[in-house]
Design a protein around this ligand. Structure first.
Ligand code: SAM
Length: 187
């Protein structure tokens, strides 16, 4: 499986919000979900997306979206606003789970995997062999806090897509594209 971890430091941790943008920038989480899973007309079943939500009222919350089980989804923001509101209010949706977990605890659980921390000043991603079952760590609209970046780098390698600061969702799309070019990707 290919896994993406987004640290959304202000992402709201309950379902009482009017819009994703006002919910501590859950729109950034939605955009990453879009590019993590959707190609034209299909869902990537070999992807698991994680977001650690650090906003009020009950941080940190771990949102998990498992492409193997994901059903009943579309690409539009309104659909995802209603799914996220439901799961953050205690409801359920196929392939989507929430649990109480911190960024550092999640990273520790991946310590035996190939972890890549996305950052502009990292090693050129084109020279990297992702190996089997890679895990990619991304910051939100602000970026990764230094202490979390340093913690993630205890387990992984800092990699760069280029000198321009891209949207987190763009990074997810580029990584999926690069993996599509590799023959190792099965689906
Ligand atoms: C909108 S960017 C944050 C930009 C913020 N100014 C910063 O300094 O981190 C969101 C995330 O995308 C990833 N990212 C953006 N541009 C990148 C690049 N050129 N190479 C690697 N990762 C990048 C990083 O993980 C970053 O935390």
């Amino acid at each position: 499986m290919i896994e993406f971890i987004l640290l959304s430091r202000r992402g709201r941790t309950d379902g009482s919000f009017r819009s994703l943008r006002e919910a501590g920038r859950l729109d950034v989480v939605y955009q990453c979900i879009l590019f993590a899973f959707f190609t034209s007309g299909a869902i990537r079943r070999d992807v698991i997306f994680h977001a650690i939500l650090g906003g009020p009222p009950r941080p940190p919350l771990h949102l998990i979206i498992d492409g193997r089980e994901l059903r009943g989804v579309r690409t539009d923001e309104r659909t995802w606003e209603s799914i996220l509101r439901k799961v953050l209010s205690g409801g359920s949706h196929p392939g989507i789970y929430v649990e109480k977990k911190s960024f550092q605890a999640l990273l520790r659980s991946f310590s035996n995997r190939n972890i890549f921390v996305l950052e502009e000043k990292g090693r050129d991603i084109r020279e990297i062999d992702f190996g089997a079952d890679p895990v990619f760590v991304l910051g939100d609209q602000i970026g990764l806090p230094r202490k979390d970046e340093e913690f993630a780098l205890r387990f992984g390698t800092k990699v760069s897509i280029g000198k321009k600061p891209y949207l987190a969702a763009t990074c997810v799309d580029i990584i999926n594209y690069m993996l599509d070019l590799e023959t190792k990707r099965k689906v």
